[in-house]
Write a protein that binds this ligand. Sequence first.
Ligand SMILES: Nc1ncnc2c1ncn2[C@@H]1O[C@H](COP(=O)(O)OP(=O)(O)O)[C@@H](O)[C@H]1O
Ligand SMILES: [Mg+2]
Length: 387
Amino acid sequence: MLTTLAIANYRSLRELIVPLGPLNVITGPNGSGKSNLYRALRLLALTARGGVIPSLAREGGLQSTLWAGPERFSRAALEGAVPVQGTVRKEVVSLRLGFAGDAFGYAIDLGLPTASTSQFALDPVIKRECIWNGPLLRPSALLVDRRGPAIRIRDEAGDWTTLAQPVASFDSMMSEFADPRSAPEMIAVREQIRSWRFYDHFRTDELAPARQVQIGTHSPVLADDGANLAAALQTIREIGDGEALDTAVADAFPGARVEIVNHEGRFELALRQHGLLRPLRAAELSDGTLRYLLLAAALLSPRPPALLVLDEPETSLHPDLLASLARLIARASRQSQVFVVSHAARLVAALEREEGSRSIVLERKLGATALADAEALDLPPWKWPSR
Ligand SMILES: Nc1ncnc2c1ncn2[C@@H]1O[C@H](COP(=O)(O)OP(=O)(O)O)[C@@H](O)[C@H]1O
Ligand SMILES: [Mg+2]
């Protein structure tokens, strides 16, 4: 389980250290930085899949994703006496992401390349990456250490070996690495991050993938776009907790039951409902009903991830469905660590009543995202690796 999430210089997250529990509910007013926190977490996940640089590029490049405020605020600006003023940048450009968990911690530091004639001169470069033992980075806890192109690994006897093969500036050391014998920790961290699952705004328009008839194959994991919804629900029926699925559906739509119609290997989702003479096909379901079924398929996955992240799952759900959704989320949090961004008061209130839940309320102070009532929270210690 992750115990700490740390972000510096990513959009409105100038420096944010967040303590995490089994079920984390992120709330706060519009513009407080909830989606930025979600995106930062997804960016962290992409490092282990080799996608951090392309993803930053899609977001407009490092320059536009970096915190746009000053490195420091003057005392007068903090007190609101004068407007915030830019200062000459003294520190190097550095976008940093990291986490710590029960077993390991990881941090990555991205910066700008040194001037070159390369056509990729705007690609950010990975300056430093570290994996350490336990919750806090200390020199004695360091296990794998990358500086620029060089990776050092510490063996059980405590001796360092530098890998002969340098790593490219645009590759995470984790995406490069294959040999589990020389760095079991790196493989462990990578496999953990690769299992993280993110779901945001499922499409439910007429052409949405979830409304189409699909070739059915075993699907223990719902696809990002929900395209394999019918197969995922059937997989839950056959190898997962089919009873929980039926309960979740009946809970939300009294008397209703999901049916998977098999047209010679092509699966179609249908919902048999009280009072109707024939089941409704996926193409005919309301947006809210379809989205609820997508969320149920994601949350009842027979192959639960280490971390499940949902961004505003309440979108287009009728408020009456939120209590059922909260029950599904709470159930999932017993198998996966869960991170939910929400501003539906009813969902938040229902989740807060669940055991192990913790609410993380964000607010903006001088443009930067901060934890509301940070004083009251038990903030975990955190240390960034230096360059
Ligand atoms: N590079 C940046 N530097 C500073 N603030 C930024 C940057 N990019 C976006 N923001 C700010 O982050 C704010 C919050 O974004 P967002 O996470 O979408 O809020 P929420 O999801 O809580 O409504 C926006 O108001 C935007 O002005
Ligand atoms: Mg948002």
